[in-house]
Ligand binder design. Structure first.
Ligand SMILES: Nc1ncnc2c1ncn2[C@@H]1O[C@H](COP(=O)(O)OP(=O)(O)OP(=O)(O)O)[C@@H](O)[C@H]1O
Length: 938
């Protein structure tokens, strides 16, 4: 199913020549026995086995990892008479390598040393250092900044089919629970199995847990495959609703869940599986969990997976972010803001009140441009509080995470003050007022404490030390002073030894293995190895170019420094732990601040783009109106602008009941009126802009319902319940379905689910099959949409025959996109006007695309004959085509004629000497040449 599974199964091959195998554990050396025992407990993960400064991989794991990471595969010792393959990853580069393995779909079990090697030695020379797995790293359970995309959520989703007997009135058949452990964001809900793929694409989890009871279900399998997430099969026993309820209550610290909504038994079971898996991978470490949000199908605009892909919401068709709606409208300046915007775009709302509240905030900030600039400047310095907090509570945080909380709180203070100044004078819209209140409630004492405690520049790891400000703790200052003095003593010692030995290049150095030592170049080392100096300088190590020594005094001084250093380090660690605990205790208000900053970022970003790109506030209402005046495609418009390809031509779209009463003059040429109808049938040549027009109206509705201003001069939208888009046929060979089959499956989904509140965009359905089949399917689909679904529909087609439908169906109108012919060339005006296309212009478009002239000329011949035959009402197309001269014969005739004409005219031209001609003679020559041309044509 997934890349991970392919790779896991590779590891699951069981005992092999290079694999250890369970049976042999007892015959191994003590350290090998320890390795094998841990590996046996983690068969489907690559085991990273900590040895000093490296994570080592052995046996099959080493082979797999060295291949995936491109690192050297070596050998280490023997097991059962065979070499043990091995490769290693330096600890300081671990994140980098982890990221790559996770990307390839592997899981990694990180096994650490749980005691100092010195401790182990106390138990005997052969005692093995205690080790165990401290964490399983999987795609859906990441917390490290380096492993995560700052601008995307990282959901782990558990899903379960709901048994028939447990299904409610809504018919939902799949329960889902999703948790991003890097922020604590938590969503629970149920969906119809037909909507599962769309729901998974909306959530876009990195990893999905599927019960082994459900993994044979076809719908489930397909939806999971479409989502592109790694799949982890888990035992059905994980799905225990009682455990889910108990765990959730414990995590949220409540006795009853009623305050968070009602959860069905199946939902509690998926929560149970999710939390159990998190516990399992985090080896008991507790993640932060925010109160669950209920994702309800009634609250959001439903968009299925195919429509999401065809509208290029978060990814363009080629898989790039560039070219997507999200990329075009994302002006957020923080990671959490970008995540919030992506979540809103993925789940536009249906509640008119909430949408309008969001629009009020955006509108306010469009007007208050100075405030917006100040807010955006303050937000730019706001780090990701939510992710920092999650790492701190997992015990994986470092000084920079504390710094993130500090800087986030000070950005919150700055933004809070800016908003407060306005709320006092003219009042803020509700959304901004709510943000201001959360910012005002930020834990000020924690911010002050962190500001007092932390240095400006902070190291990544707490063990690096030096992050606590001087003056914060007298004990720490004292220990640091002693450590510094020790360093000074070392410098004095170095000077004294140089003088004493006469070796000016003698240096006192330090490294992690030897500690302090004296180093002298090979050439100058002789005096130190002879009396009297050899009594003081004891040889330690001979290097290629240098010799290293130590002295009694050096060892004693080192001891003093080490003691002061160790004390400073342990004091600093203790302060860190205390500050991390205080941040963890302030988790609830900090999460509120983080959410408020993200929402503020989204509101300011949406108003920024609204002003820059000239977007307007849409009117959102109940009902089924859809009136868009002067609409543009947000992505194509930007692309035209950046490529300086001329302006985007705006267009109106008048669909639905509400628009019909208010027909207005369109600003198109010709003064013709666009008629509002429930279904617009759009015909027009290729390249005229049909797909662009179709999609732009869908995107405008979607943007409006996410609470954004829209690229139009005016937009009035009766809220949509579902948005369908079927644009362009794409093969789905990976799933073994032809273009036509895919098209029909998707069209069926639309016809079965669309309601009078939906918007349906259909582009050339039926094209993938024989003409009459396709035409009939398109015809029947329009009738069904008109009579049964009654959805607002834009239907683009090349079947000219469909343009008679408005005569039979009252709520269908013909529209076309204007083009002009000029000297046998086609000029695209991109303007939607009433009526049907008067030709398909396919041959002109083919010419533009650079098809060889022989082909387009020949196509014109074929077309002319076919059209002529149709006019005469005679022969079938096949018979006409039989009558056509063969391509080669027709070319030969044409070439002959062309060759003759060229030579006659050319010969005449050749004989002309322009310098010799009087104006009158020149005119005569022109007449002569023209008559030559006529002769040739005859
Ligand atoms: N309203 C517009 N203003 C300016 N340029 C436009 C407009 N609409 C479309 N275009 C340009 O025309 C190109 C073709 O548009 P589009 O793909 O929508 O045409 P189409 O009619 O759907 O073609 P086909 O039938 O071949 O799929 C776009 O890439 C864009 O550059």
């Amino acid at each position: 199913m997934s890349a991970r599974n392919d790779k896991t199964s590779k590891q699951d091959r069981g005992p092999s020549a290079s694999g250890p195998g369970k049976a042999v554990v007892t015959e191994a050396t003590p350290s090998m026995a320890q390795y094998l025992e841990i590996k046996t407990a983690n068969p489907d993960s690559l085991l990273w086995y900590r040895m000093g400064d490296f994570y080592e991989l052995f046996f099959e794991d080493a082979v797999v990892a060295s291949e995936a990471l491109g690192i050297v595969l070596t050998k280490r010792g023997k097991h059962l008479g065979e070499d043990i393959p091995m490769c290693g990853v330096p600890v300081h580069k671990a994140d980098d390598y982890l990221q790559r393995l996770i990307k390839f779909g592997y899981r990694v079990a990180v096994c650490e040393q749980l005691e100092d090697p010195a401790e182990a030695r106390k138990r005997g020379a052969k005692a093995v250092v205690r080790r165990d797995v401290v964490r399983l790293v999987t795609p859906g359970t990441l917390t490290e900044e380096t492993l995560l995309d700052a601008r995307a959520r990282n959901f782990l989703t558990a899903l379960a089919l709901i048994p028939l007997a447990q299904r409610g009135a809504d018919g939902a058949s799949v329960a889902l629970a999703s948790l991003d452990i890097s922020t604590g964001e938590f969503e629970v809900g149920s969906t119809l199995s037909g909507d599962l793929a769309g729901e998974l694409v909306r959530l876009s989890p990195r990893e999905i847990l599927v019960s082994d009871r459900d993994d044979a279900d076809e719908t489930c399998k397909q939806a999971v495959a479409i989502s592109g997430a790694a799949v982890t099969p888990v035992a059905g026993a994980f799905y225990d609703h009682r455990a889910g309820e108990r765990e959730l209550k414990a995590k949220l610290g409540v006795a009853e869940l009623g305050g968070f909504g009602t959860f069905s038994r199946a939902e509690l079971a998926t929560i149970g599986a999710l939390l159990k898996y998190v516990d399992l991978t985090q080896i008991g470490k507790k993640p932060l969990i925010r109160p669950p949000k209920r994702a309800s199908a009634q609250d959001i605009l439903l968009i299925d997976a195919a429509s999401r892909a065809s509208l290029e919401l978060t990814k363009a068709t080629n898989g790039d972010k560039r070219g997507s709606l999200l990329h075009a409208i994302d002006r957020t300046v923080t990671g959490p803001g970008a995540r919030e915007l992506a979540a809103r775009l993925a789940a536009p709302l249906r509640d008119v009140g909430i949408i309008n509240a969001r629009l009020d905030a955006v509108g306010y900030l469009v007007e208050a441009s100075a405030l917006r600039t100040d807010l955006r400047n303050s937000l730019r310095s706001a780090p990701d509080i939510a992710r920092a907090l999650s790492r701190l509570s997992f015990g994986r945080g470092g000084p920079r995470d504390l710094g993130a909380v500090r800087d986030g709180l000070s950005a919150a203070q700055a933004c809070g003050r800016l908003l407060e100044a306005k709320s006092g004078t003219i009042g803020l819209p509700n959304e901004l007022q709510a943000i201001a209140e959360r910012l005002a409630a930020a834990p000020a004492a924690l911010r002050e404490e962190l500001e007092n405690a932390l240095n400006e520049e902070l190291p990544l790891l707490k063990r690096d030390g030096g992050f606590i400000r001087e003056g914060y703790s007298t004990d720490l200052d004292e220990a640091r002073r002693l450590k510094e003095t020790g360093r000074q003593v070392m410098l004095e010692l170095e000077a004294r030894y140089q003088q004493q030995s006469g070796v000016k290049t003698l240096k006192v150095r330090h490294n992690n293995i030897l500690g302090y030592f004296i180093e002298v170049g090979q050439a100058s080392a002789q005096p130190l190895m002879q009396p009297p100096h050899s009594d003081v300088f004891r040889h330690r190590q001979t290097m290629a170019n240098a010799i290293r020594f130590t002295t009694e005094e050096l060892i004693a001084t080192e001891g003093k420094i080490a003691t002061a250093g160790e004390r400073a380090t342990s004091l600093e660690q203790a302060i860190f732990t205390d500050l991390a605990r205080r941040a963890d205790e302030a988790e609830v208000p900090l999460a509120a601040v983080a959410a408020a900053l993200a929402e503020l970022d989204v509101a300011t970003a949406l108003s920024d783009i609204a002003e820059d790109e000239g977007y307007t506030r849409p009117l959102i209402e109940e009902g089924t109106a859809l009136e868009i005046r002067g609409g543009r495609h947000p992505v194509v418009e930007q692309a035209l602008k950046s490529e300086r390809q001329g302006p985007f031509i705006e267009n109106d779209c008048l669909l639905g009941d509400g628009a019909a009463g208010e027909q207005q003059q369109s600003d198109g040429e010709g003064g013709s009126e666009l008629r509002a109808a429930r279904i617009w049938l759009l015909t027009g040549p290729n390249m005229a802009g049909k797909s662009t027009f179709l999609r732009q109206n869908a995107l405008i509705c979607l943007m409006a319902q996410m609470g954004a201003f829209v690229p139009a001069r005016y937009a009035r939208i009766g809220v949509l319940d579902r948005l369908f888009s079927r644009v362009g046929a794409a093969d789905d060979l990976a799933r073994g379905r032809s273009t036509f089959m895919v098209e029909m499956v998707e069209t069926a989904a639309i016809l079965n689910c669309a309601t009078p509140s939906s918007l349906v965009i259909l582009d050339e359905i039926g094209r993938g099959t024989a003409t009459f089949d396709g035409l009939s399917i398109a015809w029947a689909a329009i009738e069904y949409l008109h009579e049964v679904c009654r959805s607002r529909t834009l239907f683009a087609t090349h079947y000219h025959e469909l343009t008679v439908l408005p005569e039979r169906l009252q709520e269908v109108a013909n529209v076309t996109i204007e083009v002009k012919e000029w000297r046998d060339e086609i000029v695209f005006l991109h303007k939607v006007r009433p009526g049907a296309a008067d030709g398909s212009y396919g041959i002109q478009v083919a010419k533009l695309a650079g098809l060889p002239p022989q082909v387009t000329e020949r196509a014109a011949e074929v077309l002319a004959m076919l059209e002529d035959a149709e006019r005469r009402g005679s022969n079938s197309p096949e018979a006409i085509l039989d009558e056509l001269p063969l391509f080669a014969a027709s070319r030969a005739v044409a070439d002959k004629g062309e060759g003759a004409r060229r030579s006659a005219v050319e010969e005449a031209l050749d004989r002309i000497d322009p310098d010799e001609l009087s104006p009158r003679a020149a005119l005569e020559k022109i007449y002569q040449l023209k008559s030559l041309c006529r002769d040739d044509d005859a």
